[in-house]
Write a protein that binds this ligand. Structure first.
Ligand code: SAM
Length: 233
């Protein structure tokens, strides 16, 4: 995922350019910190106070140069217009968040407004076209049958949350002026791995297999997650 994002950023902007990045729903800030370490100017927006505190703690342990490049704001991703001027970012990330937003259209439109012309919108969503795969591969046949007609699923925290279809998001991105530029599958082979499963010794080969599958039809279509990249016209 990080590699796909870096590739999209490198394809749009000169190497070494300090980009203005907004990470909406940054969680504890793993991706935001990574981008700040790479030299970008990063703003993390997160609604959960516990996550904000974790991100602040992680940032506090960074060298001053990185701390200066990152700011953390506690708030709702649907309120970007309250915090920032339109067009103030080159890259907007919204990873693993749409699952928790009942009506995502307004959120997405707000994120597109935050982008400068030519800016990149990076979304990571649960793939509603492949919801039967996880229960099916786990031998949960009733779950698999039910999943074919559903766009919700129970996540690992036991919460019932939303998934998104590629075609629906493609239309949505076109509608908000940030048409789809590229898309990838994420977690094609590893979605059924249990939490805390032992990390295989040959991790690099596993990652290579995932990376290839995420870029290759038809595998990417049945990935657990979709990584969509739209570009502001
Ligand atoms: C699954 S985590 C993903 C964290 C991070 N983006 C990542 O990819 O690792 C989802 C995060 O989105 C946050 N979130 C959900 N809805 C949000 C909203 N409307 N505004 C801001 N943050 C939100 C949650 O609090 C949580 O920290």
């Amino acid at each position: 995922m990080a590699r796909q994002l870096d590739e999209q950023m490198a394809g749009r902007y000169p190497v070494g350019q300090r980009l203005r990045v907004l990470d909406v729903g940054m969680g504890q800030g793993t991706q935001a910190l990574r981008l700040a370490r790479l030299g970008h100017q990063v703003t993390g927006l997160e609604q959960d106070a516990t996550m904000v505190a974790a991100a602040r703690e992680a940032l506090a342990g960074e060298p001053e140069g990185i701390r200066e490049r990152m700011r953390i704001i506690e708030g709702d991703g649907r309120d970007t217009g309250v915090h920032f001027l339109p067009g103030s970012f080159d890259v907007v990330l919204c990873h693993g968040v749409l699952m928790y937003v009942q009506e995502p259209d307004a959120l997405l439109a707000g994120l597109a407004r935050m982008l400068a012309p030519g800016g990149l919108l990076s979304l990571l969503v649960r793939n509603a076209d492949a919801l039967a795969l996880r229960p099916g591969l786990s031998g949960d046949w009733p779950g698999a049958v039910a999943a074919f007609d559903s766009v919700t699923y129970r996540n690992r925290l036991g919460l019932d949350v939303r998934a998104d279809r590629l075609v629906t998001l493609t239309d949505a991105l076109a509608g908000i002026g940030a048409p789809l530029q590229a898309w990838y599958g994420v977690r094609v082979f590893t979605d059924t791995a249990t939490d805390g499963a032992e990390i295989p010794q040959d991790l690099q080969t596993l990652l290579t297999a995932e990376e290839r599958a995420g870029r290759t039809d038809p595998y990417r279509s049945v990935a657990a997650l979709l990584h969509l990249c739209g570009v502001r016209g």
